[in-house]
Write a protein that binds this ligand. Structure first.
Ligand code: NAD
Length: 356
């Protein structure tokens, strides 16, 4: 078989991975030649931030613990002012995509380097994508300045991630991999990472949900999430991510949970136009070649995740508007977007029907 022509763009990444990797935070501070860290976190992760601050000792100048979902611009401004007031020369973001997102908003404006310490599977730490929400509207963009300079993946930090967040967060990572496999800029390198990412998550996510303290499962899932984040950073996302951005932004639905519900249906919609991608998904899930969408649904179900948009209080009468919004400014997608097909996809996701 002759390989098709492709372009692959790698992002610079320095990753410290493993149980106990957090012990190497001091080395990362030295390697970056910085000395005044502001630790960022969400309010519930204040204790984790305090532990990081203790480890940093004199190299910590403060904690800002007001990170929030989708980076509200007022919070980004308050954090930026704190960086300036304290003379911080690095941010240390301990948390999920919300906290990494706050560090990115600061970096976008001030160029402050980021050390990311992920505690969910969102994958933002491996991308140069930033987002900011102002007046209810979210703006996003790509800028190399916001890519973390060092990422410390320590599975022991995920032991406290509750099962109801673990499942959807892991499925969010699986979604990055699935879309990378049929992205307009798909290539053999991202495909290799995407398939391996799904495989690692599929073999360990249910265990991480059922036994949150299983460090082997946490390590496997975090490895998969790292690969997934790399795929997200290196590929143009398609219909699934467009639908999730639309549903999250316009109907105020939770990020990882919406990814979990929509993924099997987006995969089913795209399956006829992306057979090779689907056979890689199926192989990674360990299911029959044609069963990738159903396999994704079953994985989410085994994680105990909610499977229907209706479970999140969305109204059935909003589905027509959701379909219209999904068709406006579409992302490149392997199967052309047809309104009837998208409306049916949304209907299936609304009622949580298992794809055939
Ligand atoms: P999140 O960061 O909001 O975390 C969800 C909740 O889990 C929070 O309350 C947090 O405090 C808590 N939490 C996180 N880790 C924990 C732990 N180990 N123990 C206990 N509690 C913990 O959610 P998320 O799904 O990680 O990120 C979602 C956000 O990230 C969205 O705004 C999304 O748009 C963004 N995102 C951006 C990118 C990108 O490339 N820019 C990629 C993925 C997601």
């Amino acid at each position: 078989m002759t390989l098709p022509a492709f372009t692959y763009r790698a992002m610079p990444a320095r990753v410290v991975f493993g149980i106990g990797a957090l012990d190497r935070l001091g080395e990362e501070i030295k390697a970056l030649n910085v000395a005044r860290a502001l630790v960022l976190a969400t309010p519930p992760q204040r204790d984790q931030a305090a532990d990081i601050a203790r480890r940093l000792g004199a190299a910590c100048v403060g904690i800002f613990d007001r990170a929030a979902m989708h980076v509200p611009v007022e919070i980004a401004r308050a954090a930026r002012d704190e960086v300036k007031r304290l003379g911080a020369d690095v941010t240390v973001a301990v948390g999920g995509g919300s906290t990494t997102g706050l560090a990115k908003a600061i970096a976008l404006e001030l160029g402050t380097p980021i050390i990311a310490i992920p505690t969910t599977y969102a994958g933002s730490e491996m991308t140069s994508i930033w987002g900011l929400t102002e007046g209810g509207a979210k703006r996003t963009g790509r800028d190399p300045r916001v890519l973390p300079r060092s990422v410390i993946y320590d599975p022991s930090l995920l032991v406290s991630l509750p099962p109801e967040i673990t499942g959807p967060s892991g499925m969010n990572a699986v979604a990055h991999c699935v879309e990378a496999l049929y992205a307009i800029d798909a290539n053999p390198i991202t495909a290799m990472m995407a398939e391996e990412g799904i495989r690692a998550l599929a073999r360990s996510l249910v265990r991480a949900v059922e036994s949150p303290g299983d460090l082997g499962a946490r390590a496997d899932t975090l490895y998969g999430a790292w690969l997934a984040g790399t795929c997200l950073g290196a590929s143009a996302m398609a219909l699934h991510h467009k639908l999730c951005h639309t549903l999250g932004g316009s109907f105020n639905l939770p990020h990882a949970e919406v990814h979990t519900v929509v993924l099997p249906h987006a995969a089913a919609y795209n399956a006829p136009a992306a057979p090779e991608a689907m056979s890689r998904v199926a192989r990674a899930l360990g299911v029959d070649g044609a069963a990738a969408p159903g396999g994704l649904f079953d994985l989410a179900k085994r994680c105990g995740a909610k499977l229907a948009l209706a479970d999140f209080g969305m109204r059935e009468s909003d589905l027509d508007r959701a379909a219209d919004l999904a068709l406006a400014a579409p992302y490149p997608n392997p199967r052309p977007l047809e309104r009837a097909g998208i409306r049916k996809l949304l209907d299936d996701a609304y009622f949580g029907r298992r794809p055939a």
